[in-house]
Write a protein that binds this ligand. Sequence first.
Ligand code: NAD
Length: 447
Amino acid sequence: MKLTVIGTGYVGLVTGACLAEMGNAVTCVDVDEQKIARLREGILPIYEPGLETIVTENQKQGRLRFATSLADPGAEAPVYMIAVGTPPGEDGSADLQYVLAVARDIGRRISQYTVVLDKSTVPVGTAERVAGVIRGELQQRGLSVDFDVVSNPEFLKEGDAVQDFMRPDRIIIGSDSERAREVLRELYAPFMRTHERIIFMGVRDAEMTKYAANSMLATKISFMNEIAGLCDRMGVDVENVRLGIGSDSRIGYSFIYPGAGYGGSCFPKDVRALIQMARQTGFEPMLLNAVEARNHAQQRVLYQKILQHFGPQLAGRSFGLWGLSFKPGTDDMREAPSTVLLRDLIASGARVKAYDPAALEVARRDLPRTWFESGQLQLVEQQYDALKGADALVLITEWKPFRHPDFTLVKTLMKSPIVFDGRNQYDPAQLRGLGFTHIGIGRGGEA
Ligand code: NAD
C-alpha cells in the first residue's frame, strides 16, 4: 500500500519505518528541512532502539522516502497519517494548529478517495474539525472528493517504540465508515499474525480512549507516589507495599513504582488536556486534578529530601546526577523530572555534574545556556565522572547501567557517600552496609 506519514518525530518516524518494513511504500513528510536532509543521509533525529536499522534498510530498498512537503510529487497517496505534535496550549488544552495546518494541506491536494488518519493525540471532536477543514478546502477548489477522517491513536512507548508498533497490544480504529475500516484492516493485517488486535469503535470513542489510557497510567503513578509519601511519614517501606499489592491480579505490578514523578511528552500534557476537555463541558475532573497536583509535588520530592538532609544552604554543594531523560531508553527530556530538579538545585546555588546514556546532546541543546555559562551545570560523558567530588549522588532515571554500579568506586570518588535514590533502585540495607546514607522514595525514613 502507498501511504504518507506527516510529522517525522517519535511517532511519525517509527510508524513510517515500521510500515515500510512490512512492504508498504511510505513517504515521511516533515516541515523541518534539516531533519529531512539528515534522515536522507541515514542520520536519525531521535534515539530509539532498533529504529536506525529499519530506517536505513528501508530507505536503501526504496520503500521509505523523505520529503519536506505534501507538494512533493511522490507524496500523493490514498492514505495520509497525521503524526505531528499536539503540544499543550497556554491553558493546558491541546494546541491543534499543526494538525489543522496539515488538514488544510491535505484538502488542497486530494483528488480521489482518501483515508486520513489522526495518529496524533487529539481531543474528542478533532476528527470532525479535520474533516471540516478538508471539506472547506475542497469546496474552494470546487471539487467533490470522498474522504474519511479516522482516529487511530498511537500507543507506542518511547524506548520500546519499534517493538510496540510491530507487536501492538491493540490497534484502535475510530470510524463508522466501512470503506475506511476495510482499508485499515488491510494496512494493519501484517501486524495480526497471531490474533486479531483491531478494536473498531466510533471516532470520538477512539479519541477519548487515548486520553483515558494515558490518564489511567498517570493515575496509577500518582496514586503510588501518594502512598510513598505516606510511607515515608509512617515508618513503612513502600517497596514491600508495592510487592504486596501488585500480587493482586486486579492491581498488577505495572505502573505502581514510586519515583520522582511522571514526565515526558505525553502523560503531563494528556492529563492536562483531558482536564481542559472536562472543564469545557462544565464537568470538574476531581480525580485528574489530583493526579496532576500530586505529580507536580512529586517532581520536587527529591529536592525537598536534599534540603532536609543538607539544610537550606546548597551554595558550594556539588551533586552527581544520573539520568536526564524522562525515562530509560529515550533521549526525550520533555517535562522530565530531571529538569525540575536541575532548576531547583541551580537556583539554590548548587553545582551539578550530570550524565545520561542518550540525552546529553538534547540536554546541551535544550537546557538554559546560563546554567552552563555559570559553570553550575556540567555534562559528563561517563557515569562515574559525574561523582568526582560530589556531596551526593542523585539517581533520577533508572537506566540499566545505573542499576548495579560499582559502589566501592562510587564511594572513593564522592566527597560524602550519600545516595538520593529517586527510583528506589538500590537496597537500603546493602548500601548502609557499604557505608552509604541511602535516601529513597517512601522507604519509611524521611518526609
Ligand atoms: P514530535 O515533536 O517528536 O514530532 C512532531 C513532528 O511534526 C516534528 O518533527 C515537526 O517538525 C513535525 N511537524 C509539525 N508541523 C508539521 C507540518 N505542518 N507538516 C509536517 N510536519 C510537521 O512529536 P511526537 O512525540 O512524535 O508526537 C506526535 C503526536 O503523537 C503527539 O500528538 C503525541 O501526543 C502523540 N504520541 C506521542 C507518543 C510518544 O511517545 N512520543 C506516543 C503516542 C502518541
